[in-house]
Design a protein around this ligand. Structure first.
Ligand code: CP
Length: 328
């Protein structure tokens, strides 16, 4: 996890009460392998302890801290997960409308410099990753989480890894097949696989694959030898896999491309026949929201092999673990 560096124009010493430098989680690559494993282990513990309610050991861990949720795009799981997470850790949450916080009303840097006087952490969902970086560059004290950008979705990858670990005992050495768009979810899964030592086979149509630079960055992690490959054939990717993952073919902001994408992804739907090619007890994963009959058939999404609501539940536990790690 990286720490924000003071800049002369925002020197904390010249501002209000001194506080520890902020930490950032803009990418899975911001976590070392041991940090990522620790976040997942903490999330598993928090999941067990949740039944204790206000008696949980962490119920007041973030008292005195506030989280700002700044969302340029719709969200159920990420946004609500962060709200519940912060409250269950004893902290406060504020959700200024995106028109006020991320719109054209004032410079993004001024929003960051204002919020850092009040809150400890901001979770931001926006378009380009560069907007997130612009926000981070303006603050020294505020911790910042990527709640989804066009390029990456690192919070989703935490929940995905916890779900795989729960069902397979460990992520290391398992094989995940990702079939569909080489998008932000695929990027963060690639980073997580390379960090934790999971084999990943991605199958996407030509023109919709991850950029080679993403694979190069992931392989540079140098985790235990893992196979991370891009293919075009879904059946080849799925063969014998522990889990099969897909996401929507048209992400938020790409609506104008929808009909072209529907044509390009023809043949990439996850069907029960495709699931049969995976390992004997392979399970199905999707970050949600899903479009039944497009990227996945309803009998797979709603069937006994589906892990999608475990993934959704695990958004809460992993985001709690992330907040504790960043602010603890
Ligand atoms: N998977 C995911 O990020 O869900 P939301 O868009 O509902 O937050």
């Amino acid at each position: 996890m990286t720490t924000t560096t003071p800049s002369p124009e925002s020197d904390p010493a010249s501002q209000s009460a001194e506080r520890a430098p902020g930490r950032t989680y803009l990418s899975v690559l911001d976590l070392t392998p041991s940090e990522l494993e620790a976040v997942l282990a903490l999330a598993a513990r928090l999941k067990e302890e949740r039944a204790l309610g206000p008696e949980a050991p962490t119920a007041r861990a973030l008292t005195g801290h506030s989280l700002a949720l700044l969302f340029d795009k719709p969200s159920l799981r990420t946004r609500t997960g962060f709200e519940i997470a912060m409250r269950e850790l004893g902290g406060n949450v504020t959700c200024p409308p995106s028109t006020d916080a991320l719109g054209t009303r004032e410079a993004l840097a001024d929003v960051a410099r204002t919020l850092e006087r009040w809150v400890s952490v901001a979770a931001i969902r926006t378009f380009e990753q560069s907007r997130l970086q612009e926000f981070v560059d303006a603050t020294t004290r505020l911790s910042v989480v990527n709640a989804l950008t066009n390029e990456e979705h690192p919070c989703q990858a935490l929940a995905d890894c916890l779900t795989i670990a729960e069902r397979r005992g460990s992520v290391r050495g398992r094989t995940l097949a990702y079939v569909g768009d080489g998008n932000n979810v695929a990027t963060s899964l690639t980073h997580a696989a390379a960090t934790l030592g999971m084999h990943l086979r991605l199958a996407s149509p030509e023109g919709y694959q991850l950029p080679e630079s993403t694979l190069v960055a992931a392989r540079a992690r140098g985790a235990a030898p893992v196979e991370i490959v891009q293919l075009t054939d879904p059946a080849e990717a799925v063969e014998g896999a522990d889990a099969v993952y897909t996401d929507v073919w048209t992400s938020m902001g790409q609506e104008a491309e929808s009909s072209r994408r529907m044509e390009a992804f023809d043949g990439y739907r996850i069907t029960s026949a495709l699931m049969e090619r995976a390992g004997p007890d392979a399970f199905f994963m999707h970050c949600l929201p899903a479009h039944r009959g497009e990227e996945v058939d309803a009998d797979v999404l709603d069937g006994p092999r589906s892990a999608v609501f475990d993934q959704a539940e695990n958004r809460l536990h992993t985001q709690k673990a992330l907040l504790l790690t960043m602010l603890g």
